[in-house]
Design a protein around this ligand. Structure first.
Ligand code: EPU
Length: 340
């Protein structure tokens, strides 16, 4: 019997899975992987970073492994192992309430924990890689369990081996974090919007507690980013493009106010939201599809948009940005079926 995925992904498009299995243990996952060996299937977490460009998916494995296990505790830190199916934001709040710090800037990111390492989730100056010590995975062909340490995951900006060399090779079953305790952690409040929010609440950014930082992040996110429960979206639709410095310099001559974030020798990251905004797409819509009015990087389904409509709108935006700035935007969101 086919199952609707409309409420199982945050774009809220009409799409169905011919077969849909929820995996709540490693044993169940191995047995499903064995049965579906050689046929196409999709592994789905919280569905907060996916755009379906077809209305039918043959098979879906929904990852629902739960549990937070304390592996080690010292005076200065804890090491925990978190089931891939654990919803992310409640995990962040649970760690902060336990006095385990570090994840505060990643509050309110939608989705489940297993998706975190896939794209090395990041926000407001912090990335998952700073606190993730490794990932337990099942090899999808060999059906063997493996532990990949953080180095093996090869985390980069919105990237890891799970999106590159080892794409489609593993199912992530749990994620390990090493989180510092009070007295051993200084929250990151460098991001302008965080400092401003804290100061508006008369909190000294350099003395803010991790919970106060999480609250500031939640305040900023809710004022800028649409709530997927109210408006279909998957957060930033494109990655911030990384471009060579000579191109950045010639763009800066034309657009002196353009935000630029140096990343490595000879390269800088540009703000895709700014480029899209400057190209005139902020708040623009066509039928049920548009770029959000408060954050031009967020593609929105205002009603009954299909995945194809969303994708074709996004491609028009990317084409226009390319024509105006010579910069290629790439989706940050995963597409199903994947682009070849
Ligand atoms: N900007 C505009 N117009 C806009 C949007 C942004 O001019 O419509 C400018 C801003 O003024 C700022 C710059 O572009 O100077 C960057 O904007 P912002 O601080 O909002 O962050 P972002 O680069 O657009 C990234 C992440 C977000 C994350 C925020 C905060 C990516 C692709 N996106 O957005 O992550 O929450 O930083 O750290 O890296 C997500 O991945 O889904 C996501 C929401």
């Amino acid at each position: 019997m086919s199952i609707s995925l409309k409420d199982k992904h945050t774009f809220g498009c009409t799409v169905a899975a011919k077969e849909y299995w929820e995996m709540s243990s490693i044993a169940e996952s191995i047995s499903a992987l064995k049965q579906w060996s050689g046929v196409p299937y999709l592994i789905l977490g919280g569905g907060s970073n996916i755009l379906f460009t077809q209305t039918e998916v043959p098979r879906v494995l929904a990852v629902r492994m739960l549990g937070v296990e304390l592996l080690k505790e010292t005076k200065s830190f804890v090491e925990i192992e978190v089931g891939a199916g654990v919803p992310w934001h409640p995990l962040v709040m649970q760690t902060l309430q336990s006095g385990w710090y570090g994840l505060e800037n990643l509050a309110l990111i939608p989705g489940r924990t297993g998706a975190g390492p896939m794209q090395n989730i990041g926000a407001y100056g912090v990335e998952l890689r700073q606190f993730c010590t490794g990932v337990n995975v099942i090899h999808r062909q060999q059906l063997k369990l493996q532990f990949l340490d953080a180095k093996a995951c090869n985390f980069g900006y919105r990237s890891s081996i799970f999106k590159t060399e080892a794409k489609d090779q593993f199912l992530i079953s749990s994620v390990r974090f090493r989180l510092p305790k009070a007295g051993f952690h200084q929250p990151n409040t460098d991001y302008g919007a965080i400092r401003e929010t804290l100061m508006s609440k008369e909190i000294d950014p350099d003395k803010a507690s991790p919970m106060q930082v999480a609250e500031a992040v939640m305040y900023i996110r809710s004022s800028k980013l649409p709530d997927p429960n109210e408006l279909g979206n998957a957060g930033s639709f494109f990655k911030n493009p990384i471009v060579p410095m000579d191109q950045v310099e010639s763009l800066q001559q034309r657009f002196p106010q353009m935000p630029v974030y140096p990343v490595s020798e000879g390269f800088a990251k540009l703000a895709a939201g700014w480029l899209i905004d400057q190209a005139g797409w902020k708040g623009k819509s066509s039928g049920p599809v548009g770029m959000h009015k408060n954050q031009a990087l967020v593609l929105v389904n205002y009603g009954e948009a299909t995945g194809t409509q969303l994708w074709s709108f996004a491609q028009n935006v990317a084409m226009d940005v390319f024509n105006k700035f010579g910069v290629k935007l790439e989706p940050e969101v995963n597409l199903w079926p994947p682009l070849v």
